[in-house]
Write a protein that binds this ligand. Structure first.
Ligand code: AMP
Length: 290
């Protein structure tokens, strides 16, 4: 039964085929959701698919490891690729179609257009991964225009990415609703990520301590601790846990992501740090008391 669902899951790789499926659904008056992913699917991705099903009749999952959002020294070549297993999971989660284009389909010879979003792209990951959000914005624009869904779902795990996409869709009048889905965590608090597969057993056993430190910092902020003090404590805890370089640990406005010196409005606490060779990111919402 399960195997049959996976086997019969429709998978297309060309834009022409994607559009013909979507147009047929539209002709039947159906609502369509898109869940963009880079594959190596875990429960976090599946939660997006299940959520998408509550908004739409048909869910399209794109699986594409986008080379343009990786820096030259990043993990594009070794990023996990497992299309058969992913198709099985997508089928089980109830999506109707997988769109899995090739790099050549997405970026044919002569491709020379990029989308640059200022504002929320600045700072945090934008500061340490030059070109990353340009790559993300360009591929997401392509995926949205290829599929033309009613709604597209993105995870708060990549909160800055979500805000970049929201801004871009507003600025370019792309006719799609953007929905943000909460972070799905392992039982010990570690945010699920395809990159967690890189962690050794020893690294995995301490990886959740970043989340624990962020969580404690949000409690301290609630209790009125000064922002700099709460961040310093969290930084020390993350280092003591065994993390190496901390790319950033920062409290930002939850909407436009402007840096916050005082904790006086809905905010988000962000962290990116290396555990061995693996770069982990996480973030937590934090609201001042009334
Ligand atoms: P990726 O395959 O890493 O590009 O992620 C595809 C989508 O899944 C993005 O919108 C991510 O934010 C989202 N996502 C990844 N991990 C999680 C998670 N642990 N919880 C919720 N959403 C997630």
């Amino acid at each position: 039964m399960a195997m049959n669902a996976a086997r019969s899951l429709d998978t297309v790789s060309s834009v022409v085929d994607l559009r013909s499926r979507v147009q047929a659904w539209r002709a039947d008056g159906l609502r369509i959701a898109l869940v963009p992913t880079m594959g190596a699917l875990h429960e976090g991705h599946l939660s997006l698919i299940r959520r998408a099903k509550t908004f739409a009749d048909k869910v399209v999952v794109s699986i594409f490891v986008n080379p343009t959002q990786f820096g030259p020294t990043e993990d594009f070549a070794k990023y996990p690729r497992q299309l058969d297993e992913d198709r099985f999971r997508v089928a089980m989660a109830g999506a109707a179609l997988v769109f899995a284009p090739t790099v050549e389909d997405m970026y044919p010879p002569g491709f020379c257009t990029t989308i640059t979003v200022e504002g929320p792209s600045h700072g945090l990951c934008g500061a340490v991964r030059p070109g990353h959000f340009q790559g993300v914005a360009t591929v997401v624009t392509k995926l949205l225009l290829q599929c033309l869904p009613d709604v597209a779902i993105f995870g708060e795990k990549d909160y800055q990415q979500l805000q970049v996409i929201r801004r871009m869709v507003r600025d370019l009048d792309i006719p799609v609703e953007i929905d943000g889905a909460p972070i799905v965590r392992e039982v010990d608090g570690l945010a699920m990520s395809s990159r967690n597969a890189y962690l050794s057993d020893k690294e995995r056993s301490v990886a959740n301590l970043m989340y624990k430190a962020l969580h404690r910092a949000t409690l301290a902020l609630h209790d009125g601790a000064p922002v700099a003090e709460a961040l310093d404590t969290a930084r020390a805890e993350i280092t003591a846990a065994g993390f190496g370089k901390i790319d950033y640990l920062d409290l930002r406005d939850a909407d436009g992501l402007a840096p916050l010196e005082a904790f006086d409005r809905p905010a988000r606490l962000f962290c990116a740090a290396f555990l061995g060779k693996t770069r982990l990111i996480d973030n937590i919402p934090v609201e001042p008391r009334e």
